[in-house]
Design a protein around this ligand. Sequence first.
Ligand code: PGA
Length: 238
Amino acid sequence: MRIIIDTPEKIAEMAALRYVELLSQKPNAILGLATGSTPIGLYKELVKLNREGKLSFKDATTFNLDEYVGLEPTHDQSYRYFMNENLLSHVDVPTEKTHVPSGIDLTKAASYDSEIAAAGGIDLQLLGIGNNGHIGFNEPGTPIGSTTHLVELTQSTREANARFFGSIDDVPTQAVTMGIKTVMNAKSIILIALGKGKAETIKNTLQGEVTPEVPASILQLHPDVEVYLDHEAASLLD
Ligand code: PGA
């Protein structure tokens, strides 16, 4: 595991270079994408580089980590909407090659992992991390062998995400998420964490024991993980 500590701006630039490198070597790479506030800087950088002709997604395929149950893709808090707004509509990736789990037709969750495998498997998975150590919506206690599945969101996750909705009552109670195994199957992983609020979970993730109680701690067992932290998120590391 490689840990890089820098400013959020530098992190966005450095992480974007990973995509430049990957897509120049393998234009048809399979990208695992994430939502949340954390990747927004990176996505801005990717849009800029795409506009400048420095990287192209025209042969790439994308698979997002998760989606809220019950939100239509057109709902402004759905993760499909977020992805279109923040990245996918602004780069040259063909829409039909972009995938977000359906939060409406839950029968599709069972085939998400086989769709990923049929596409060739994820080359580079991007992750944020929840205050409770979740990756995707894999909340504490999620089995390590889990594939894409339906989850009940914890109160702490719903509270953390209430800022995007009118009130906590509007935050969906369930989501569909890639499982821990789905994430661990990616060939390479980038985790980004920004801000003081992530410091404790980052310490537990990187320097604590590997336990389902801190889902991201499993990343210690993955052979190719890069962790990008700002100084605040890294502040409790030894
Ligand atoms: P955030 O969410 O990027 O908005 O902090 C991360 C997550 O919950 O995985």
